[in-house]
Ligand binder design. Structure first.
Ligand SMILES: Cc1cc2nc3c(=O)[nH]c(=O)nc-3n(C[C@H](O)[C@H](O)[C@H](O)COP(=O)(O)OP(=O)(O)OC[C@H]3O[C@@H](n4cnc5c(N)ncnc54)[C@H](O)[C@@H]3O)c2cc1C
Length: 451
């Protein structure tokens, strides 16, 4: 291990909500691909890179050496003919999207957060929602990756390595420059209203077909979802602007206050949910704007701890019916904070994508009391139900499943493990969590047995 740690302002790495903390010895900040390659190449121990530290899963640190990607954030080039932009992977989604929006472009499926880095978002399969929306990483047409030995590899659409690399948790190599295919920007006409669970459940497939944008904020203990639908319109089309009552802007702060005591007294959650629903999710709203301007949250007053599970659309009804019965049942202590975010993603071919091979539905599960996330029973109950129905976890969020359980739901999981072993035989990019997640020891043992 080289001793030239460039900057060591701290010795403990802390995630944004403080739930993941790790000591480290060497800390680097990079601004160039060459620096990234040199550091990775000369590190003989283990090394992880990190972006905005906004993942709930323990995937961004836990190694002796760490690399902060956030200053590696420049725009490299723009191709006006192809509508493609090449950027350094530490750029935030905010800078990326505002830059392309200024040129009249968009990425057609955006997550509900813009403070994360592009590299972090791609690595974990970050997604949005929509009839044709795919994971953000599906809009990557080529990239450069720094491999475990410090060499640089260019990967393009059509190569098998691209299908493996799009969602790869920084385990195959580290994204340096990324080229994204953009589309023309469009304006959405959004309409939002509460709907009884029986109504949206009966209609969601049609709603998805009939609208460009569909998102359902589901609220256990209230029998309702808040349905947000959007359709592309000419930007000059007049739209009745109805943002709802002014106090709606206090929803997150009020929720945090109401949920403050629900860790100690979980049954209070049912009352809190009913109050939050009545106050913040019963009015209709109407607006227009670009996907970014009108649907992506720009600021949050506090942190959260998040889990998110995904299920093939064909199995959503059975899974949701069981989920609703469990979460609405006050006997099982799985009191869950609202809303639970239900979104829709189009199928793709990326090995570790939630939508590999089939269109999928994603269901978020959140606690607004991040510090007490370990005692939030809902995470356990939700995970058990999704695993039973063949659901897949979001890589950047909280879950317990490991090894064989993941192999059972991700058809290319074993192929991914084998490729990782081939590309990084020393396990340079593995931290303890990822080693367990991939069950790396078992691979080594079975290889020995075969030999
Ligand atoms: C409030 C909130 C809202 C969210 N909303 C959504 C949402 O709407 N949809 C959704 O899908 N997710 C959502 N997420 C999850 C979030 O998008 C992911 O956790 C994302 O990975 C965070 O990016 P980051 O820059 O913080 O990455 P980090 O958490 O710092 O890192 C994540 C992973 O990426 C790796 N990594 C970082 N940079 C690179 C690189 N250049 N090359 C290779 N690997 C790299 C890290 O090693 C780590 O394994 C949300 C999270 C929060 C906190």
């Amino acid at each position: 291990m080289h001793k030239n740690a460039e900057d060591q302002p701290q010795s403990t790495w802390v995630s944004w909500n403080e739930n993941v903390q790790h000591n480290y010895t060497y800390h680097h900040t990079v601004k160039k691909e060459k620096e990234l390659a040199e550091i990775i190449g000369r590190t003989s121990g283990k090394v992880r890179v990190y972006g905005s530290k906004q993942s709930s899963a323990d995937i961004a640190a836990g190694t002796d050496s760490l690399i902060d990607m956030r200053q590696y954030d420049q725009i490299v080039s723009i191709d006006d003919v192809k509508k493609q932009i090449t950027v350094q992977s530490g750029i935030t989604l905010k800078t990326l999207i505002t830059t392309i929006q200024d040129r009249g472009w968009s990425l057609p499926c955006l997550p509900d957060i813009d403070t994360v880095t592009l590299g972090g978002a791609l690595a974990t399969g970050t997604h949005g929602t929509g009839r044709d929306g795919k994971l953000l990483s599906e809009y990557m047409v080529s990239c450069r990756m720094v491999m475990a030995d410090g060499s640089i590899r260019k990967v393009s659409e059509g190569e098998e390595l691209m299908d493996a690399a799009r969602v790869s948790l920084g385990l195959l190599g580290i994204f340096s420059e990324i080229t994204l295919q953009c589309q023309s920007v469009y304006t959405l006409h959004l309409k939002e209203q509460p709907m009884h669970d029986d109504v949206w459940m009966a209609q969601y497939d049609d709603l998805l077909d009939d609208n460009d944008f569909t998102r359902i904020l589901w609220m256990p203990h209230t029998d309702h979802g808040y349905v947000i639908l959007g359709n592309k319109i000419d930007p000059d089309t007049p739209v009745k602007h109805n943002p709802g009552p002014d106090y709606l802007k206090h929803r997150r702060a009020v929720s945090r206050m109401l949920y403050k005591y629900t860790t100690k007294f979980p049954f209070l959650t049912t009352i809190a949910n009913k109050i939050i629903y009545k106050l913040f999710f019963t009015s209709k709203k109407e607006s227009k704007g670009t996907l970014y301007d009108a649907t992506v949250t720009k600021s949050r007053s506090g942190t959260l701890e998040l889990a998110e599970w995904t299920i093939a659309k064909s199995r959503f009804n059975a899974c949701f019916t069981e989920l609703k019965a469990a979460l609405d049942n006050s006997d099982n202590a799985a009191y869950v904070h609202i809303p639970m975010d239900i979104r829709f993603v189009k199928k793709d071919d990326s090995w570790l994508s939630y939508a590999y091979g089939e269109d999928c539905v994603t269901v978020g599960c959140v606690t607004r009391d991040a510090a007490n996330a370990d005692h939030y029973k809902a995470f356990e109950v939700v995970e058990k139900i999704f695993l039973k129905h063949g659901g897949r976890p979001h890589w950047g969020k909280r879950f317990e499943a490991k090894g064989e359980e993941l192999s059972a739901v991700y058809p290319k999981f074993e192929d991914f493990k084998a490729l990782r072993q081939e590309l990084d035989p020393q396990g340079k990019f593995l931290n303890p969590y990822l080693t367990e997640l991939l069950d790396v020891k078992t691979v080594a043992k079975s290889k020995n047995r075969a030999a």
